[in-house]
Design a protein around this ligand. Structure first.
Ligand code: TYM
Length: 336
């Protein structure tokens, strides 16, 4: 499959709203990529079922996350934006790929270990096979690049292994092995504001651990002010942040927002304490989020418009997925 044009595919779970980690780690990069490649972005609502959900909320969550993506700059006229569950080719291909993926491969997935915690026996089978559906999500479109952050890299590597094994087992050149497209820059991973050793996440029980797209300016200021730090002033060398995860996180967030390196941020704040740094950081976060939040409030007024964007996106996605799914059925011998 050489000479193939760049095709970007990525997804986000519609559980809870967007937070600063999603934005800096993924969505703002998706927005930039829209002008560089053909892009498909989806709400991973089937993945959301792997843990407990409220059925009365799921549809609304999908619409809300779609609106949040559009408010952040995803343009349905440029990108194919849709809900995963509206394109049955995803779960259909996932079944075929479950027969290619090996138990041993899935046993190595760290996300399952993290999410199932101590209740491995009580976790859903879907949580265990989650990465296979994720593989189907990208392989069904012959994605060449999958923008994700470090937390998802292992899943994309698994998708590569599945693609190569399927092609090899059935002697076809069907699937493209996708590249995880990690930013590698600062704030590649935004950490919790309460604990610099865990990532900022929608599932953290403490709302003070994350900054949400929907937070008011006052809430943002408050969360940044209360963010855990240490008593030392900021150093002038980024290497000295390594042993200070909370400080490193805040500097990384500032750098990601301003587009500077960590060193450039430190050059401005070296020798100063967090009393000086935090207000500047809160200002930067507010300046980034406030306009997006306003746009989100506007978009929410027209649910029918959001649904229409998603329906058009799903139709286009289904058209793109059909030949690859048919090829997979043919390869395994279920279709002539
Ligand atoms: P999800 O919904 O957890 O996150 C969506 C995107 O945001 C990134 N991200 C972060 N980046 C930096 N710092 C953080 N604290 C942070 N938290 C989340 C994630 O890396 C991701 O890029 N399994 C996926 C959804 C998915 C998917 C796919 C992604 C389903 N199928 C196919 C890519 C391709 C997930 O749960 O992402």
């Amino acid at each position: 499959m050489t000479g193939q044009a760049m095709r970007v595919v990525s997804g986000i779970q519609p559980t809870g709203g967007l937070h600063l980690g999603n934005l800096l780690g993924a969505i703002l990069r998706w927005v930039r990529m829209q002008d560089e490649a053909e892009c498909l972005f989806f709400l991973a609502d089937l993945h959301a079922l792997t843990v407990e959900v409220d059925p009365t909320q799921l549809k609304a969550n999908v619409r809300e996350m779609a609106a949040a993506l559009i408010a952040s700059g995803i343009d349905p006229a440029k990108s194919t934006l849709f809900a995963q569950s509206a394109v049955p080719a995803h779960p259909e291909l996932a079944w075929l790929l479950q027969c290619t993926a090996r138990m041993g491969w899935l046993n190595r997935m760290t996300q399952f270990k993290e999410k199932s915690g101590k209740s491995r026996e009580g976790a859903s089978v879907g949580l265990f096979t989650y990465p296979v559906l994720q593989a189907a999500d990208v392989l069904v479109y012959n994605a060449t690049h999958v923008p994700v952050e470090e937390d998802q890299k292992q899943h994309i590597e698994l998708a590569r292994d599945i693609a190569l094994k399927f092609n090899n087992d059935f002697d076809v050149e069907l699937f493209v092995a996708p590249e995880p497209y990690i930013s590698g820059g600062t704030a590649a991973r935004v950490m919790s504001l309460r604990d610099g050793s865990v990532k900022m996440s929608k599932s953290d029980p403490s709302d003070m651990s994350r900054i949400n797209l929907t937070d008011s300016d006052e809430a943002i200021v408050q969360k940044v002010r209360k963010a855990r730090t240490d008593p030392e002033p900021l150093p002038d060398d980024p290497a000295l942040l390594t042993a200070r995860p909370e400080a490193k996180n805040l500097v990384g967030i500032m750098a990601a927002i301003s587009g500077e390196s960590e060193a450039a941020v430190l050059a401005r704040f070296a020798g100063q304490g967090f009393g000086a740094f935090k207000p500047a950081l809160a200002d930067a976060v507010v300046a980034l989020l406030a306009p997006l939040r306003l746009r989100l409030v506007e978009l929410r007024r027209d649910e029918a418009q959001i649904d229409a964007f998603l329906a058009a996106g799903a139709e286009r996605a289904a058209t793109l997925a059909a030949p690859v799914l048919a090829g997979a059925y043919r390869a395994v011998g279920l279709r002539a």
